[in-house]
Design a protein around this ligand. Structure first.
Ligand code: GLC
Ligand code: CA
Length: 588
Protein backbone atom coordinates (compact mmCIF):
# COMPACT_ATOMS: atom_id res chain seq x y z
CA UNK A 1 0.00 0.00 0.00
CA UNK A 2 1.42 3.37 -0.89
CA UNK A 3 0.67 6.73 0.62
CA UNK A 4 1.63 8.93 -2.30
CA UNK A 5 5.02 10.51 -2.75
CA UNK A 6 7.75 9.49 -0.29
CA UNK A 7 7.18 11.34 2.93
CA UNK A 8 9.52 14.00 4.12
CA UNK A 9 11.00 13.02 7.43
CA UNK A 10 11.69 16.38 9.03
CA UNK A 11 12.08 15.08 12.58
CA UNK A 12 10.47 16.02 15.81
CA UNK A 13 9.32 19.62 15.98
CA UNK A 14 9.67 21.46 19.23
CA UNK A 15 6.30 22.25 20.70
CA UNK A 16 5.76 22.56 24.41
CA UNK A 17 2.03 22.07 23.86
CA UNK A 18 2.30 18.87 21.80
CA UNK A 19 0.31 16.84 24.28
CA UNK A 20 -2.57 19.33 24.23
CA UNK A 21 -2.69 19.80 20.49
CA UNK A 22 -2.15 16.26 19.30
CA UNK A 23 -4.43 13.48 18.18
CA UNK A 24 -3.56 10.19 19.87
CA UNK A 25 -3.89 6.67 18.52
CA UNK A 26 -3.83 3.63 20.77
CA UNK A 27 -2.21 0.67 19.04
CA UNK A 28 -1.70 -2.84 20.42
CA UNK A 29 1.63 -4.10 19.06
CA UNK A 30 0.53 -7.74 19.00
CA UNK A 31 -2.58 -6.99 16.95
CA UNK A 32 -1.35 -4.42 14.45
CA UNK A 33 1.06 -5.89 11.94
CA UNK A 34 3.17 -9.05 11.94
CA UNK A 35 6.48 -8.58 10.12
CA UNK A 36 7.91 -12.10 10.37
CA UNK A 37 4.88 -14.28 9.79
CA UNK A 38 4.79 -15.90 13.22
CA UNK A 39 1.20 -14.82 13.75
CA UNK A 40 1.98 -12.13 16.32
CA UNK A 41 2.18 -8.41 15.61
CA UNK A 42 5.55 -6.86 16.39
CA UNK A 43 7.55 -3.62 16.51
CA UNK A 44 8.84 -4.01 12.95
CA UNK A 45 5.27 -4.46 11.79
CA UNK A 46 4.20 -1.31 13.60
CA UNK A 47 7.19 0.58 12.18
CA UNK A 48 6.08 -0.44 8.71
CA UNK A 49 2.72 1.20 9.38
CA UNK A 50 4.01 4.54 10.63
CA UNK A 51 3.58 6.05 7.15
CA UNK A 52 -0.07 5.08 7.33
CA UNK A 53 -0.45 6.71 10.73
CA UNK A 54 1.29 9.84 9.52
CA UNK A 55 -0.97 9.91 6.47
CA UNK A 56 -4.00 9.60 8.74
CA UNK A 57 -2.84 12.57 10.80
CA UNK A 58 -1.88 10.92 14.08
CA UNK A 59 0.44 12.94 16.34
CA UNK A 60 0.99 10.58 19.24
CA UNK A 61 0.97 6.80 19.34
CA UNK A 62 0.12 5.20 22.63
CA UNK A 63 1.57 1.71 22.88
CA UNK A 64 0.09 -0.36 25.77
CA UNK A 65 2.42 -2.76 27.64
CA UNK A 66 4.87 -4.67 25.48
CA UNK A 67 7.03 -5.94 28.32
CA UNK A 68 7.96 -9.46 29.32
CA UNK A 69 4.70 -10.93 30.59
CA UNK A 70 2.68 -14.13 30.82
CA UNK A 71 -0.06 -12.13 29.04
CA UNK A 72 -2.86 -13.09 31.36
CA UNK A 73 -4.05 -9.47 31.30
CA UNK A 74 -3.01 -8.26 27.87
CA UNK A 75 0.47 -7.42 29.16
CA UNK A 76 -0.76 -5.36 32.12
CA UNK A 77 0.75 -8.22 34.11
CA UNK A 78 4.41 -7.28 33.82
CA UNK A 79 7.08 -9.86 34.58
CA UNK A 80 10.09 -7.66 33.77
CA UNK A 81 9.82 -3.91 33.36
CA UNK A 82 13.02 -3.56 31.38
CA UNK A 83 12.58 -6.39 28.88
CA UNK A 84 10.34 -6.40 25.87
CA UNK A 85 8.28 -9.44 25.01
CA UNK A 86 10.45 -11.46 22.57
CA UNK A 87 7.39 -12.05 20.36
CA UNK A 88 7.27 -8.29 19.73
CA UNK A 89 10.97 -7.90 18.95
CA UNK A 90 13.97 -6.55 20.78
CA UNK A 91 14.72 -3.42 22.71
CA UNK A 92 16.57 -2.20 19.61
CA UNK A 93 13.38 -2.64 17.60
CA UNK A 94 11.57 -0.53 20.17
CA UNK A 95 14.32 2.09 19.95
CA UNK A 96 13.88 2.10 16.20
CA UNK A 97 10.15 2.59 16.64
CA UNK A 98 10.77 5.71 18.70
CA UNK A 99 13.33 7.03 16.22
CA UNK A 100 11.09 6.36 13.24
CA UNK A 101 8.08 7.91 14.94
CA UNK A 102 10.08 10.99 15.87
CA UNK A 103 11.35 11.26 12.30
CA UNK A 104 7.69 11.66 11.30
CA UNK A 105 7.04 14.21 14.04
CA UNK A 106 5.04 11.69 16.02
CA UNK A 107 5.43 11.13 19.73
CA UNK A 108 5.37 7.84 21.59
CA UNK A 109 3.51 7.26 24.84
CA UNK A 110 3.92 4.01 26.75
CA UNK A 111 2.20 2.39 29.71
CA UNK A 112 3.86 2.26 33.09
CA UNK A 113 2.05 -0.33 35.17
CA UNK A 114 3.23 0.26 38.72
CA UNK A 115 0.32 -0.62 40.96
CA UNK A 116 0.98 -4.31 40.50
CA UNK A 117 3.22 -6.83 38.79
CA UNK A 118 2.60 -10.28 37.41
CA UNK A 119 3.00 -13.06 39.96
CA UNK A 120 5.75 -14.24 37.58
CA UNK A 121 7.88 -11.18 38.34
CA UNK A 122 11.08 -12.18 40.13
CA UNK A 123 10.29 -9.70 42.91
CA UNK A 124 7.16 -11.65 43.72
CA UNK A 125 8.94 -14.97 43.54
CA UNK A 126 11.58 -13.65 45.94
CA UNK A 127 8.97 -12.05 48.19
CA UNK A 128 6.90 -15.20 48.61
CA UNK A 129 9.97 -17.35 49.26
CA UNK A 130 11.89 -15.11 51.61
CA UNK A 131 9.83 -12.80 53.83
CA UNK A 132 13.00 -11.52 55.49
CA UNK A 133 14.90 -10.99 52.25
CA UNK A 134 15.35 -7.76 50.29
CA UNK A 135 12.03 -8.25 48.46
CA UNK A 136 10.10 -9.49 51.50
CA UNK A 137 8.10 -6.28 51.83
CA UNK A 138 7.71 -5.52 48.10
CA UNK A 139 4.09 -6.67 48.18
CA UNK A 140 1.17 -6.20 50.56
CA UNK A 141 1.12 -9.31 52.77
CA UNK A 142 -1.18 -10.14 55.63
CA UNK A 143 -1.91 -13.10 57.88
CA UNK A 144 -5.62 -12.66 57.28
CA UNK A 145 -7.85 -11.62 54.43
CA UNK A 146 -9.84 -9.38 56.78
CA UNK A 147 -8.11 -6.09 56.11
CA UNK A 148 -9.59 -3.43 53.82
CA UNK A 149 -12.96 -5.17 53.74
CA UNK A 150 -14.81 -2.20 52.29
CA UNK A 151 -12.43 -1.79 49.35
CA UNK A 152 -14.08 -2.10 45.97
CA UNK A 153 -13.41 -5.17 43.80
CA UNK A 154 -12.76 -4.09 40.24
CA UNK A 155 -12.89 -7.30 38.22
CA UNK A 156 -16.21 -8.37 39.72
CA UNK A 157 -16.76 -11.07 37.11
CA UNK A 158 -13.65 -13.04 38.08
CA UNK A 159 -12.54 -11.98 41.57
CA UNK A 160 -14.32 -12.57 44.86
CA UNK A 161 -11.82 -10.85 47.10
CA UNK A 162 -8.88 -8.49 46.89
CA UNK A 163 -6.86 -11.04 48.88
CA UNK A 164 -5.42 -14.36 47.75
CA UNK A 165 -3.65 -16.96 49.89
CA UNK A 166 -0.15 -17.81 48.79
CA UNK A 167 0.67 -21.41 49.74
CA UNK A 168 4.41 -20.76 49.64
CA UNK A 169 4.63 -17.82 52.03
CA UNK A 170 1.48 -19.00 53.83
CA UNK A 171 0.10 -15.48 53.90
CA UNK A 172 -2.46 -13.55 51.93
CA UNK A 173 -1.40 -10.97 49.35
CA UNK A 174 -3.45 -7.98 48.28
CA UNK A 175 -4.48 -7.43 44.65
CA UNK A 176 -6.78 -4.79 43.18
CA UNK A 177 -7.14 -6.60 39.88
CA UNK A 178 -6.63 -10.26 38.96
CA UNK A 179 -5.34 -12.65 41.64
CA UNK A 180 -2.24 -13.17 39.49
CA UNK A 181 -1.45 -9.44 39.81
CA UNK A 182 -0.14 -8.78 43.34
CA UNK A 183 -0.11 -5.10 44.31
CA UNK A 184 3.29 -3.56 44.99
CA UNK A 185 3.79 -2.17 48.48
CA UNK A 186 4.37 1.54 48.02
CA UNK A 187 5.16 1.95 51.72
CA UNK A 188 8.52 0.41 50.85
CA UNK A 189 11.14 3.03 49.88
CA UNK A 190 12.86 0.38 47.76
CA UNK A 191 9.69 -0.11 45.70
CA UNK A 192 9.44 3.64 45.18
CA UNK A 193 13.07 3.80 44.07
CA UNK A 194 12.54 0.95 41.62
CA UNK A 195 9.53 2.70 40.10
CA UNK A 196 11.49 5.92 39.60
CA UNK A 197 14.23 3.96 37.88
CA UNK A 198 11.81 2.15 35.60
CA UNK A 199 10.34 5.48 34.49
CA UNK A 200 13.86 6.81 33.93
CA UNK A 201 14.80 3.73 31.95
CA UNK A 202 12.06 4.32 29.37
CA UNK A 203 12.42 8.08 29.27
CA UNK A 204 16.14 7.55 28.61
CA UNK A 205 15.11 5.46 25.62
CA UNK A 206 13.33 8.49 24.24
CA UNK A 207 9.65 7.93 24.96
CA UNK A 208 7.69 11.15 25.20
CA UNK A 209 5.28 10.22 27.92
CA UNK A 210 3.93 7.62 30.27
CA UNK A 211 0.38 6.54 30.90
CA UNK A 212 0.26 5.77 34.59
CA UNK A 213 -1.94 2.71 34.73
CA UNK A 214 -4.41 2.23 37.61
CA UNK A 215 -2.82 5.15 39.42
CA UNK A 216 -5.42 5.71 42.20
CA UNK A 217 -4.57 2.40 43.84
CA UNK A 218 -0.90 2.80 44.80
CA UNK A 219 -1.31 3.16 48.57
CA UNK A 220 -3.68 1.42 50.96
CA UNK A 221 -4.79 2.57 54.40
CA UNK A 222 -7.12 1.40 57.17
CA UNK A 223 -9.04 4.69 57.21
CA UNK A 224 -9.31 5.18 53.48
CA UNK A 225 -10.67 3.19 50.57
CA UNK A 226 -7.31 2.48 48.96
CA UNK A 227 -8.24 4.89 46.19
CA UNK A 228 -6.57 8.30 45.88
CA UNK A 229 -4.96 8.12 49.31
CA UNK A 230 -2.97 11.27 50.22
CA UNK A 231 0.28 9.29 50.02
CA UNK A 232 -0.56 8.32 46.45
CA UNK A 233 -0.80 11.97 45.49
CA UNK A 234 2.43 12.79 47.30
CA UNK A 235 4.18 10.03 45.41
CA UNK A 236 2.94 11.29 42.04
CA UNK A 237 4.06 14.81 42.93
CA UNK A 238 7.55 13.51 43.52
CA UNK A 239 7.50 11.51 40.30
CA UNK A 240 6.40 14.61 38.39
CA UNK A 241 9.12 16.70 39.99
CA UNK A 242 11.68 14.13 38.85
CA UNK A 243 10.31 14.14 35.29
CA UNK A 244 10.27 17.95 35.12
CA UNK A 245 13.75 18.08 36.48
CA UNK A 246 15.43 15.32 34.51
CA UNK A 247 13.20 15.05 31.41
CA UNK A 248 11.53 18.39 30.75
CA UNK A 249 8.85 18.21 28.06
CA UNK A 250 7.85 14.60 28.75
CA UNK A 251 4.40 14.00 30.12
CA UNK A 252 2.46 11.83 32.55
CA UNK A 253 -1.09 10.71 31.82
CA UNK A 254 -3.26 9.47 34.69
CA UNK A 255 -5.61 6.54 34.29
CA UNK A 256 -8.01 7.25 37.14
CA UNK A 257 -11.49 5.95 36.50
CA UNK A 258 -13.12 8.26 39.02
CA UNK A 259 -15.55 11.12 39.29
CA UNK A 260 -14.35 14.46 37.89
CA UNK A 261 -13.82 16.13 41.28
CA UNK A 262 -11.52 13.25 42.26
CA UNK A 263 -9.73 13.01 38.92
CA UNK A 264 -8.80 16.70 38.93
CA UNK A 265 -6.63 16.01 41.95
CA UNK A 266 -4.36 13.99 39.64
CA UNK A 267 -3.44 17.21 37.86
CA UNK A 268 -2.22 18.59 41.18
CA UNK A 269 -1.85 22.34 41.52
CA UNK A 270 0.29 24.97 39.83
CA UNK A 271 2.70 24.77 42.79
CA UNK A 272 2.60 21.01 43.17
CA UNK A 273 1.73 19.51 39.80
CA UNK A 274 1.05 15.81 39.35
CA UNK A 275 0.05 14.54 35.89
CA UNK A 276 -0.04 16.67 32.73
CA UNK A 277 -3.02 14.73 31.52
CA UNK A 278 -5.84 12.58 32.84
CA UNK A 279 -8.44 10.52 31.03
CA UNK A 280 -11.93 11.93 31.07
CA UNK A 281 -14.02 8.89 32.03
CA UNK A 282 -17.43 10.47 32.74
CA UNK A 283 -17.96 12.21 29.39
CA UNK A 284 -17.60 9.07 27.27
CA UNK A 285 -20.68 7.05 28.38
CA UNK A 286 -22.79 10.19 28.16
CA UNK A 287 -22.00 10.54 24.46
CA UNK A 288 -23.31 7.01 23.91
CA UNK A 289 -26.35 7.75 26.06
CA UNK A 290 -27.18 10.87 24.07
CA UNK A 291 -26.91 8.96 20.80
CA UNK A 292 -29.60 6.45 21.79
CA UNK A 293 -31.85 8.58 23.98
CA UNK A 294 -31.73 11.45 21.47
CA UNK A 295 -31.36 13.66 24.54
CA UNK A 296 -28.41 15.94 25.14
CA UNK A 297 -29.27 16.44 28.85
CA UNK A 298 -26.60 14.66 30.86
CA UNK A 299 -23.85 15.19 28.33
CA UNK A 300 -24.56 18.91 28.32
CA UNK A 301 -24.56 18.96 32.09
CA UNK A 302 -21.16 17.32 32.38
CA UNK A 303 -19.70 19.68 29.76
CA UNK A 304 -21.13 22.70 31.59
CA UNK A 305 -19.70 21.49 34.83
CA UNK A 306 -16.10 22.15 33.92
CA UNK A 307 -13.64 22.03 36.73
CA UNK A 308 -10.65 24.30 36.98
CA UNK A 309 -7.48 22.54 36.04
CA UNK A 310 -3.95 23.93 36.34
CA UNK A 311 -2.42 25.81 33.46
CA UNK A 312 -0.96 23.39 30.95
CA UNK A 313 -3.06 20.46 32.15
CA UNK A 314 -5.18 18.57 29.62
CA UNK A 315 -7.92 15.98 29.57
CA UNK A 316 -7.60 12.92 27.38
CA UNK A 317 -10.94 12.17 25.75
CA UNK A 318 -11.91 8.93 24.04
CA UNK A 319 -14.81 6.87 22.77
CA UNK A 320 -13.25 3.42 22.99
CA UNK A 321 -10.03 1.80 24.10
CA UNK A 322 -8.59 -1.65 24.80
CA UNK A 323 -10.80 -2.06 27.87
CA UNK A 324 -14.54 -2.43 28.19
CA UNK A 325 -16.69 0.66 27.70
CA UNK A 326 -16.82 1.32 31.40
CA UNK A 327 -20.11 2.26 33.01
CA UNK A 328 -18.66 3.02 36.40
CA UNK A 329 -19.21 6.74 36.05
CA UNK A 330 -23.00 6.59 35.61
CA UNK A 331 -25.72 5.72 38.11
CA UNK A 332 -27.53 2.39 38.23
CA UNK A 333 -30.65 3.36 36.21
CA UNK A 334 -28.56 4.88 33.51
CA UNK A 335 -26.29 1.82 33.48
CA UNK A 336 -29.18 -0.60 33.06
CA UNK A 337 -30.56 1.51 30.23
CA UNK A 338 -27.15 1.50 28.53
CA UNK A 339 -26.92 -2.29 28.92
CA UNK A 340 -30.35 -2.58 27.33
CA UNK A 341 -29.31 -0.55 24.32
CA UNK A 342 -25.72 -1.53 23.85
CA UNK A 343 -25.28 -4.96 25.49
CA UNK A 344 -28.56 -6.75 24.86
CA UNK A 345 -26.62 -10.02 24.64
CA UNK A 346 -25.09 -10.88 28.05
CA UNK A 347 -21.91 -11.88 26.21
CA UNK A 348 -21.36 -8.24 25.41
CA UNK A 349 -21.04 -7.36 29.11
CA UNK A 350 -18.01 -7.62 31.33
CA UNK A 351 -17.50 -6.35 34.86
CA UNK A 352 -19.17 -2.94 34.94
CA UNK A 353 -19.08 -2.33 31.22
CA UNK A 354 -19.48 -3.40 27.61
CA UNK A 355 -16.80 -5.20 25.62
CA UNK A 356 -17.59 -3.98 22.11
CA UNK A 357 -16.05 -1.74 19.50
CA UNK A 358 -17.33 1.60 18.29
CA UNK A 359 -18.91 0.56 14.98
CA UNK A 360 -20.88 -2.41 16.34
CA UNK A 361 -22.01 -0.34 19.34
CA UNK A 362 -23.48 2.13 16.89
CA UNK A 363 -25.00 -0.60 14.69
CA UNK A 364 -22.54 0.43 12.00
CA UNK A 365 -24.43 3.66 11.38
CA UNK A 366 -22.02 5.91 9.55
CA UNK A 367 -23.94 9.00 10.64
CA UNK A 368 -23.64 8.04 14.28
CA UNK A 369 -19.98 7.06 14.01
CA UNK A 370 -19.25 10.44 12.43
CA UNK A 371 -21.33 12.32 14.98
CA UNK A 372 -19.55 10.60 17.88
CA UNK A 373 -16.14 11.35 16.36
CA UNK A 374 -17.08 14.96 15.62
CA UNK A 375 -17.86 15.38 19.32
CA UNK A 376 -14.66 13.61 20.33
CA UNK A 377 -12.49 15.74 18.05
CA UNK A 378 -14.03 19.04 19.19
CA UNK A 379 -14.21 18.46 22.94
CA UNK A 380 -11.86 20.26 25.24
CA UNK A 381 -9.11 17.71 25.61
CA UNK A 382 -6.80 15.60 23.52
CA UNK A 383 -8.70 12.99 21.49
CA UNK A 384 -7.51 9.40 21.67
CA UNK A 385 -8.53 7.04 18.89
CA UNK A 386 -8.48 3.26 19.15
CA UNK A 387 -6.78 1.36 16.32
CA UNK A 388 -9.24 0.05 13.76
CA UNK A 389 -12.04 2.41 14.71
CA UNK A 390 -10.94 4.68 11.87
CA UNK A 391 -12.21 2.04 9.46
CA UNK A 392 -15.18 0.97 11.59
CA UNK A 393 -13.75 -2.42 12.55
CA UNK A 394 -16.03 -4.94 14.23
CA UNK A 395 -15.50 -7.09 17.31
CA UNK A 396 -15.84 -10.75 18.24
CA UNK A 397 -17.90 -11.34 21.36
CA UNK A 398 -17.12 -15.08 21.23
CA UNK A 399 -13.58 -14.34 22.38
CA UNK A 400 -12.82 -14.11 26.10
CA UNK A 401 -12.64 -11.02 28.22
CA UNK A 402 -11.67 -7.80 26.45
CA UNK A 403 -10.06 -9.71 23.57
CA UNK A 404 -13.44 -9.18 21.90
CA UNK A 405 -12.16 -5.83 20.67
CA UNK A 406 -8.44 -6.59 20.35
CA UNK A 407 -8.51 -8.60 17.11
CA UNK A 408 -5.96 -8.07 14.31
CA UNK A 409 -6.03 -4.84 12.36
CA UNK A 410 -7.75 -5.28 9.00
CA UNK A 411 -5.41 -4.02 6.31
CA UNK A 412 -6.64 -5.77 3.19
CA UNK A 413 -8.89 -8.57 1.95
CA UNK A 414 -5.87 -10.89 1.76
CA UNK A 415 -5.13 -13.80 4.08
CA UNK A 416 -5.44 -12.82 7.75
CA UNK A 417 -6.64 -9.40 6.64
CA UNK A 418 -3.09 -8.55 5.57
CA UNK A 419 -2.09 -8.60 9.25
CA UNK A 420 0.10 -11.69 9.00
CA UNK A 421 1.21 -14.29 6.46
CA UNK A 422 1.00 -17.06 9.08
CA UNK A 423 -1.26 -20.08 8.87
CA UNK A 424 -4.60 -18.58 10.01
CA UNK A 425 -4.82 -21.19 12.77
CA UNK A 426 -1.67 -19.80 14.30
CA UNK A 427 -2.98 -16.31 15.03
CA UNK A 428 -3.36 -15.50 18.73
CA UNK A 429 -6.71 -13.89 18.01
CA UNK A 430 -8.66 -14.61 14.84
CA UNK A 431 -9.50 -11.86 12.38
CA UNK A 432 -13.12 -10.71 12.30
CA UNK A 433 -15.17 -12.67 9.77
CA UNK A 434 -18.69 -11.65 10.73
CA UNK A 435 -21.24 -10.79 8.08
CA UNK A 436 -21.14 -7.04 8.55
CA UNK A 437 -17.51 -6.46 9.61
CA UNK A 438 -15.77 -9.17 7.60
CA UNK A 439 -12.19 -8.18 6.75
CA UNK A 440 -13.01 -8.98 3.13
CA UNK A 441 -14.74 -5.63 2.88
CA UNK A 442 -13.90 -3.74 6.09
CA UNK A 443 -10.22 -3.01 5.56
CA UNK A 444 -7.79 -0.15 5.02
CA UNK A 445 -7.09 -0.95 1.40
CA UNK A 446 -10.76 -0.89 0.40
CA UNK A 447 -11.36 2.33 2.28
CA UNK A 448 -8.32 4.00 0.77
CA UNK A 449 -9.85 3.25 -2.60
CA UNK A 450 -13.16 4.98 -1.78
CA UNK A 451 -13.05 8.70 -1.30
CA UNK A 452 -16.30 8.63 0.67
CA UNK A 453 -15.09 6.05 3.20
CA UNK A 454 -14.96 6.51 6.94
CA UNK A 455 -11.17 6.37 6.73
CA UNK A 456 -10.96 9.33 4.35
CA UNK A 457 -13.52 11.20 6.41
CA UNK A 458 -11.50 10.66 9.59
CA UNK A 459 -8.37 11.85 7.86
CA UNK A 460 -10.16 14.97 6.66
CA UNK A 461 -11.39 15.67 10.18
CA UNK A 462 -7.91 15.31 11.62
CA UNK A 463 -6.52 17.67 8.99
CA UNK A 464 -9.21 20.22 9.71
CA UNK A 465 -8.62 19.97 13.42
CA UNK A 466 -4.92 20.51 12.92
CA UNK A 467 -5.57 23.74 11.03
CA UNK A 468 -7.44 25.23 13.97
CA UNK A 469 -5.47 25.47 17.19
CA UNK A 470 -8.69 26.36 18.98
CA UNK A 471 -9.51 22.64 19.20
CA UNK A 472 -6.39 21.79 21.14
CA UNK A 473 -5.85 25.01 23.03
CA UNK A 474 -9.15 26.83 23.34
CA UNK A 475 -11.85 27.07 25.98
CA UNK A 476 -15.26 25.40 25.67
CA UNK A 477 -18.51 27.09 26.55
CA UNK A 478 -21.85 25.32 26.27
CA UNK A 479 -24.50 27.55 24.71
CA UNK A 480 -28.29 27.36 24.96
CA UNK A 481 -30.39 25.73 22.30
CA UNK A 482 -34.17 25.39 22.30
CA UNK A 483 -34.05 21.69 21.43
CA UNK A 484 -33.52 18.75 23.77
CA UNK A 485 -31.68 16.83 21.04
CA UNK A 486 -29.36 19.61 19.95
CA UNK A 487 -26.13 20.25 21.82
CA UNK A 488 -24.01 23.30 21.03
CA UNK A 489 -20.79 24.75 22.37
CA UNK A 490 -18.33 27.42 21.36
CA UNK A 491 -14.61 26.78 21.32
CA UNK A 492 -12.63 29.98 21.75
CA UNK A 493 -8.94 30.72 21.52
CA UNK A 494 -6.85 33.83 21.35
CA UNK A 495 -3.45 32.99 19.95
CA UNK A 496 -0.38 35.02 20.64
CA UNK A 497 0.71 37.46 17.92
CA UNK A 498 3.37 35.92 15.72
CA UNK A 499 5.79 37.05 13.04
CA UNK A 500 3.40 36.09 10.28
CA UNK A 501 0.28 37.61 11.79
CA UNK A 502 -0.38 40.56 13.96
CA UNK A 503 -3.50 41.90 15.56
CA UNK A 504 -6.46 39.94 16.74
CA UNK A 505 -5.92 36.26 16.09
CA UNK A 506 -8.90 35.13 18.03
CA UNK A 507 -10.73 32.10 16.77
CA UNK A 508 -14.27 31.15 17.76
CA UNK A 509 -15.92 28.02 16.47
CA UNK A 510 -19.49 26.92 17.02
CA UNK A 511 -19.89 23.16 17.29
CA UNK A 512 -23.48 21.94 17.09
CA UNK A 513 -24.75 18.36 17.14
CA UNK A 514 -28.18 16.86 16.66
CA UNK A 515 -28.86 13.54 18.38
CA UNK A 516 -32.31 13.32 16.82
CA UNK A 517 -33.05 10.34 14.57
CA UNK A 518 -34.98 12.55 12.16
CA UNK A 519 -34.32 15.97 10.62
CA UNK A 520 -34.84 18.85 12.96
CA UNK A 521 -34.24 22.53 13.38
CA UNK A 522 -33.06 24.37 16.46
CA UNK A 523 -32.39 27.90 17.59
CA UNK A 524 -29.02 28.50 19.21
CA UNK A 525 -28.32 31.47 21.49
CA UNK A 526 -25.03 33.22 20.92
CA UNK A 527 -25.48 36.57 22.67
CA UNK A 528 -21.75 37.34 22.51
CA UNK A 529 -21.74 36.93 18.77
CA UNK A 530 -24.81 38.94 17.75
CA UNK A 531 -24.55 39.98 14.11
CA UNK A 532 -21.58 37.69 13.36
CA UNK A 533 -21.32 35.59 10.24
CA UNK A 534 -21.00 31.81 10.21
CA UNK A 535 -18.92 29.78 7.78
CA UNK A 536 -18.73 26.03 7.56
CA UNK A 537 -15.27 24.93 8.54
CA UNK A 538 -15.18 22.15 5.96
CA UNK A 539 -16.13 23.92 2.77
CA UNK A 540 -16.23 27.59 3.73
CA UNK A 541 -19.91 27.90 2.82
CA UNK A 542 -21.68 30.80 4.47
CA UNK A 543 -24.55 29.97 6.82
CA UNK A 544 -27.37 32.24 8.09
CA UNK A 545 -25.98 35.21 9.97
CA UNK A 546 -26.45 35.34 13.73
CA UNK A 547 -29.27 37.81 14.38
CA UNK A 548 -28.86 41.07 16.24
CA UNK A 549 -30.75 39.32 19.04
CA UNK A 550 -27.89 36.80 19.24
CA UNK A 551 -29.93 33.90 17.89
CA UNK A 552 -29.50 31.69 14.88
CA UNK A 553 -31.71 28.87 13.66
CA UNK A 554 -30.07 25.89 11.97
CA UNK A 555 -31.56 22.88 10.25
CA UNK A 556 -30.02 19.47 10.90
CA UNK A 557 -30.35 16.18 9.10
CA UNK A 558 -30.67 13.08 11.30
CA UNK A 559 -27.61 12.71 13.61
CA UNK A 560 -25.85 15.60 11.94
CA UNK A 561 -23.34 18.13 13.14
CA UNK A 562 -21.75 21.43 12.13
CA UNK A 563 -18.44 23.02 12.92
CA UNK A 564 -18.93 26.70 12.06
CA UNK A 565 -16.42 29.49 12.07
CA UNK A 566 -17.79 32.59 13.81
CA UNK A 567 -16.53 35.64 11.92
CA UNK A 568 -16.84 39.19 13.14
CA UNK A 569 -18.51 41.00 10.19
CA UNK A 570 -16.23 44.02 10.53
CA UNK A 571 -13.08 41.99 10.67
CA UNK A 572 -13.33 39.74 7.64
CA UNK A 573 -15.48 39.66 4.62
CA UNK A 574 -14.73 36.44 2.83
CA UNK A 575 -15.12 32.91 3.99
CA UNK A 576 -11.68 31.79 2.98
CA UNK A 577 -9.81 34.56 4.72
CA UNK A 578 -11.93 34.01 7.81
CA UNK A 579 -11.09 30.38 7.96
CA UNK A 580 -7.43 30.61 7.25
CA UNK A 581 -6.60 33.31 9.77
CA UNK A 582 -4.73 31.00 12.08
CA UNK A 583 -2.51 28.27 10.85
CA UNK A 584 -1.02 25.73 13.18
CA UNK A 585 2.59 26.66 12.62
CA UNK A 586 2.24 30.16 13.95
CA UNK A 587 0.09 29.40 16.95
CA UNK A 588 1.87 28.78 20.18
C1 GLC B 1 -5.84 -0.89 33.57
C2 GLC B 1 -5.78 -1.38 32.14
C3 GLC B 1 -6.49 -2.70 32.03
C4 GLC B 1 -5.88 -3.68 33.00
C5 GLC B 1 -5.90 -3.11 34.42
C6 GLC B 1 -5.17 -3.98 35.39
O1 GLC B 1 -7.14 -0.57 33.95
O2 GLC B 1 -6.32 -0.42 31.27
O3 GLC B 1 -6.42 -3.20 30.72
O4 GLC B 1 -6.59 -4.89 32.97
O5 GLC B 1 -5.29 -1.84 34.44
O6 GLC B 1 -3.80 -4.03 35.07
CA1 CA C 1 5.68 -11.41 14.45
Amino acid sequence: MSFGAPMMLPGLQRDEHWYQRGVYYEVLVGSYADSNGDGIGDFQGLISKLDYLQWLGVDVIWVPPFFESPLRDGGYDVADYRKVLPDYGTIDDFRELVTQAHARNMRVLIDIVINHTSDQHEWFQASREDPEGPYGDFYVWSDTDEKYQDYRIIFVDTEESNWTFDPIRRQFFFHRFFSHQPDLNFESPAVQREVFDIVRFWLDLGVDGCRLDAIPYLFESEEGTGESEPETHEFIQRLRAMVDDEYPGRVLLAEANQWPHEVVDYFGTDEEPECHMAFDFPTMPRIFYALRSQLKGELEEILRDQLDIPKGAAWGVFLRNHDELTLEMVDEDYRQTMYGWYAYDPRMRINVGIRRRLAPLLENSLDEIKLANAILLSLKGSPILYYGDEIGMGDNIWLDDRDASRTPMQWSPDRNAGFSTADPGKLKLPVVQSLVYNYGHVNVEAQMAQSGSLLHWMRGMLQLRRQHPVFGMGSLEVVETNHESVLAYVRDYRGQPSKRHSGDRRERILCAFSFADTPTSATISLPLDAGSRLFDLHGGQEFPRIGEDGEVTLTFGAKQFYWLYIADPEFVDTATSAISIIRPDDAS
